[in-house]
Design a protein around this ligand. Structure first.
Ligand SMILES: Nc1ncnc2c1ncn2[C@@H]1O[C@H](COP(=O)(O)OP(=O)(O)OP(=O)(O)O)[C@@H](O)[C@H]1O
Ligand SMILES: [Mg+2]
Length: 348
């Protein structure tokens, strides 16, 4: 594939759950605006609709909501929906954007009654900002510090009632006091293939394209339970159909596009497969250390650990053991390989 460097690059990132610039542009048009339009996550939807309806019925701002789950499952989308459902203005910020408590004080003191303050990656807030946020969430108050050094005084400022919607991919990193100030935590789960098919049908409709059922099924199956990936694969299928196909988003177009981008029937891409192949062939199924494995495929250990492994583990192709990474029988089967020796190969 060395003769197609551009394509290699695209292929590598095609199945990352994180958004890139192209995604962000394309996604804005595809985001559901209302809870009723939001596909899947039945438990979260039910919980949220209860919380929001109750708040609306009482004429109060809803409790603070924490949205927890892996990238690309719809946390930002839900935050926007919450604001729309309670008819509040959405204010956006993120943990890394708030470097100092003063940054947060400025945001908080500009809030209006009923606003929804969305804090993305809330687990990355700086500690002093976190403490200021506790007070604001609980007592709707912020202490504005005036002056510097020993002469500094804190002037309490009361805030209008507002709702914090926090999003995090790492809820485990959230300190307990912050977690406790959310009235409700929505745990987002990966989507079923059927749900992703609905996401794809909806996206195709919004893009003015006709997507064949069998094509939707094929794309959904390979999207790793993630709407963002499903939408991205749909765009690649559209590309293929337009440039090399008949324009129709049919089964043949889906299969051909997925082949070009080397997305296999489990939703593994080339990097995933080369990690698996190294583990199975060069290390006899393991155990192999993360660094060793990363060197073998010419990648950073961090990429292997955060981008590749979670999905392989989730799919039951790899296990992380105290002694290192281990390939399962399913991994050998998927690669069409025979496991080295059958007796107690994987587990002690
Ligand atoms: N339930 C859904 N129904 C339809 N489309 C969805 C749904 N959830 C997510 N999407 C689509 O997936 C895209 C990604 O969702 P979103 O940006 O909300 O994910 P996220 O959880 O905030 O990801 P990140 O952790 O990277 O910020 C959205 O643009 C939207 O088009
Ligand atoms: Mg987001």
């Amino acid at each position: 594939m060395a003769e197609h460097p551009e394509q290699d690059k695209l292929g590598e990132h095609l199945l990352a759950a994180e958004a890139d610039e192209l995604d962000r542009a394309a996604e804005a048009a595809l985001r559901p605006r209302r809870l009723a339009e939001f596909i899947g996550q039945p438990v979260v939807r039910d919980q949220l609709s209860l919380v929001l309806d109750a708040a609306n019925a009482r004429g109060r701002t809803p409790d603070h909501v924490l949205l927890a789950g892996p990238p690309g499952l719809g946390k930002t989308t839900l935050a926007m929906i919450i604001a729309a459902e309670v008819d509040g203005a959405l204010r956006l910020t993120s943990g890394p954007a708030v470097q100092h408590a003063g940054d947060l004080a400025a945001i908080l003191s500009a809030l209006q009654e009923g606003d929804v303050l969305f804090i993305d990656e809330i687990h990355r807030l700086a500690r002093p900002a976190e403490e200021m946020l506790y007070l604001a969430m609980e007592d709707f108050r912020v202490d504005v510090v005036v002056g510097k050094g020993p002469g500094a005084t804190a002037i309490p400022l009361s805030l209008p009632r507002f709702t914090v919607v926090g999003a995090t991919t790492r809820s485990g990193l959230l300190p307990a006091p912050l977690r406790d100030r959310f009235g409700f935590t929505a745990h987002m789960d990966f989507y079923s293939t059927a749900e992703l098919e609905s996401v794809l049908r909806r996206s195709a409709r919004l893009l003015g394209a006709e997507l064949a059922e069998s094509a939707a099924a094929e794309i959904a199956k390979r999207s790793r339970g993630t709407p963002r990936i499903a939408n991205r694969l749909l765009r690649r299928v559209q590309d293929w159909a337009q440039v090399r196909g008949t324009g129709a988003l049919d089964h043949a177009a889906a299969m051909a596009a997925l082949k070009v981008f080397e997305v296999d029937e489990l939703g593994l891409d080339r990097l995933d497969r080369s990690v698996m192949r190294a583990l199975c062939e060069r290390f006899n199924g393991g155990p192999a250390g993360l660094t060793t494995l990363a060197v073998a495929v010419g990648e950073e250990p961090e990429t292997v650990e955060t981008v590749v492994e979670p999905f392989l583990v989730r799919e039951g192709l790899m296990a992380r053991t105290p002694r290192g990474r281990v390939a399962t029988a399913a991994a050998f089967a998927h690669l069409g390989l025979t496991p080295p020796n059958q007796s107690g190969m994987l587990w002690d």
